[in-house]
Design a protein around this ligand. Structure first.
Ligand code: GLP
Length: 241
């Protein structure tokens, strides 16, 4: 695991965008694993800026997203579909047919998990998986558990995640209780994993993920076993390391 120290959120975002853009320049038909949340917004902003300057081309890129809220319509502005279009897809020349996310509106969990796993198999290896990290160490929506989940699954969100995500909703009652998430095994098969973390509220998760025991109680800790995992964290997120 390589830890890159960033001065602040902006520096973290620029460094992460540099790594992703190098990937896309070297391999224009890259498969990018994408993440939502406030952590990667700056990374997407930077990639969009470079695209607008003609420095990047996403025409042949395929994307797979980590997760989506269960029961959430794509047009709902809190859905991860909406987020990705708002922050990234609508601003670059990505081919809509190469964008993949779990379908939160599929009520049949088994069906949706099997469908998304088939999509993930068909796109091939993810070249870079971008990840944020939850305060409790969750990655995607893989919450602390007794074992690591392998493939796509439907998760019950923990109180800590509901509490952390309520800032995006009018009230806590509106925060979905469940979500579809890519599994840990799938995340681990990405060729490169890139974690972005900013702020003091991530300090515990970063310390435990980078230096704590590898345990499903802290899902991010599995990344210690990945042979090309990069953590870009700012001073505040590294304050307990
Ligand atoms: C959500 C997402 C995760 C994200 C995490 C942290 O629960 N499912 O993918 O990493 O929140 O979000 P933020 O970056 O806003 O702190």
């Amino acid at each position: 695991m390589r830890i890159i120290r960033a001065k602040d959120y902006k520096d973290m975002s620029r460094k992460a965008a540099n790594i992703i853009s190098a990937q896309v320049i070297l391999k224009p038909d890259s498969v990018l694993g994408l993440a939502t949340g406030s952590s990667p917004i700056g990374t997407y902003e930077q990639l969009v800026k470079w695209y607008e300057k003609d420095d990047l081309d996403f025409a042949d890129v395929t994307t797979v997203n980590l997760d989506e809220y269960y029961g959430m319509k794509p047009e709902n502005d809190q859905s991860y579909h909406y987020f990705m279009h708002d922050h990234f897809f609508d601003h670059v020349n990505i081919d809509p047919s190469r964008i993949n996310l779990p379908n939160g509106m599929e009520p049949d969990e088994k069906k949706e998990c099997a469908r998304y796993d088939a999509v993930l198999r068909s796109v091939g290896d993810v070249d870079i998986q971008l990840l944020g990290i939850g305060r409790n160490g969750h990655i995607g929506f893989n919450e602390p558990d007794d074992c690591f989940a392998k493939g796509t699954h439907c998760v019950e969100l923990t109180e800590s995640t509901i509490e952390a995500n309520k800032r995006f909703f009018v009230s806590e009652d509106e925060v979905p209780r469940r979500a579809y998430s890519m599994g840990i095994h799938t995340i681990m098969t990405a060729k490169k994993v890139l974690v972005v973390a900013s702020g003091e509220d991530k300090a515990w998760a970063i310390r435990e993920s980078c230096f704590g025991p590898v345990t499903p109680k802290v899902p991010g800790s599995i990344l210690q076993l990945h042979n090309d995992a990069i953590v870009i964290a700012d001073e505040a997120a590294l304050s307990l390391c």
